[in-house]
Design a binder for this molecule. Sequence first.
Ligand code: NAD
Ligand code: UFG
Length: 336
Amino acid sequence: MKKVLVTGGTGYIGSHTVVELLNSGKEVVIVDNLANSKPDVVDRIKKITGKDVKFYNIDYLDREKLEKVFEENEIESVINFAGFKAVGESVKEPLKYYHNNVSGAIVLLETMQKYNVKKFIFSSSATVYGAQGNGKCIETMKRGETTNPYGTTKSIIEKILEDLYFADNEWDIALLRYFNPVGAHESGLIGEDPKGIPNNLMPFIMKVANKEIDHLNIFGNDYKETKDGTCARDFIHVVDLAIGHIKVLDKLDKEKSGIFVYNLGTGNPYTVQEMVDTFIRVNNVDVPYVYAARREGDLPVLYSDASKAKEEIGWVAKKTLEDMCRDAWNFVLKNN
Ligand code: NAD
Ligand code: UFG
């Protein structure tokens, strides 16, 4: 049977997507060098699905080893989650980000080309929109100015993929712009488990609720653009996001070729304050917080117009903010 290769498949979004791929009957091969994930994720995926998955602990920049994966498996399509994603670190170590994200994608695409595999899904980000309008992002907008090297890697790879499709329109490519993925699989077996002190809101809330960090800083409560003065984001449950990939893969399977761009978000902005309040309420835990200065580079509001994915691939995010908070905390409780 033909297989889906998932790079970064033991990571946060990758592992949830592998579960949904296996549940939908696909055979999956994972490539991950465990730079930001743990090997036991593979067993946990098997436990959740009752299915087998092949795992290669390799760096996707290692061309020889990557070629071996294509030699040993009949790969039909590739979903590329591998990459680094910490915005702050990317400012301090830009070359590390350009190398791993951009050079890695190029090695992967060249390898695909060599083995005549031309179906590719790329994990892009809402960050490619930059600051435009009132913060509502629609796929017809041009890419905006990115504000950090991480975001720039996403913009560059999108452009590389457009150029690749222009040069060879046998490619079948999807650029998926994720908004703010949070939550975890309801089993509590897989979830977001960042190494060190987290940068993102939900992992930070989880560490505070778990008493590993004494309080949360809410960065800014004086934004005029939002109802309570804190920033607003389009938080999306990671399982909804994962299911979006299955729908996109179905679309690519139906299309002979093309390059498609989709926002994967709920279409609803919630504020940081709403997220914190909901987490405290549904989990009945304490999350001490203080209002701190605005964080440099933050946009007041960023959310998706989610209508294109609904119309073209029949995908809508179904899970609520309550689900996101409950499942995120369940993952902590099950892994303490
Ligand atoms: P993650 O760090 O949990 O997963 C990425 C995985 O890639 C990790 O398991 C890591 O070990 C692996 N990896 C990194 N470099 C590698 C290499 N050279 N070779 C092989 N494996 C490598 O991150 P995530 O949150 O699951 O994000 C997945 C993708 O989605 C990333 O490309 C990220 O930029 C993108 N994205 C994430 C978010 C978010 O908020 N989580 C938002 C938008 C886009
Ligand atoms: N926030 C806090 N305190 C914290 C952490 C975050 O108040 O300790 C606030 C931020 O100021 C922001 C909101 O929570 O207003 C969300 O911040 P995150 O860091 O969780 O997420 P971002 O929206 O900044 O960034 C995310 C991803 C990026 C991606 C971007 C796309 O982390 O990878 O969305 O818009 F590029």
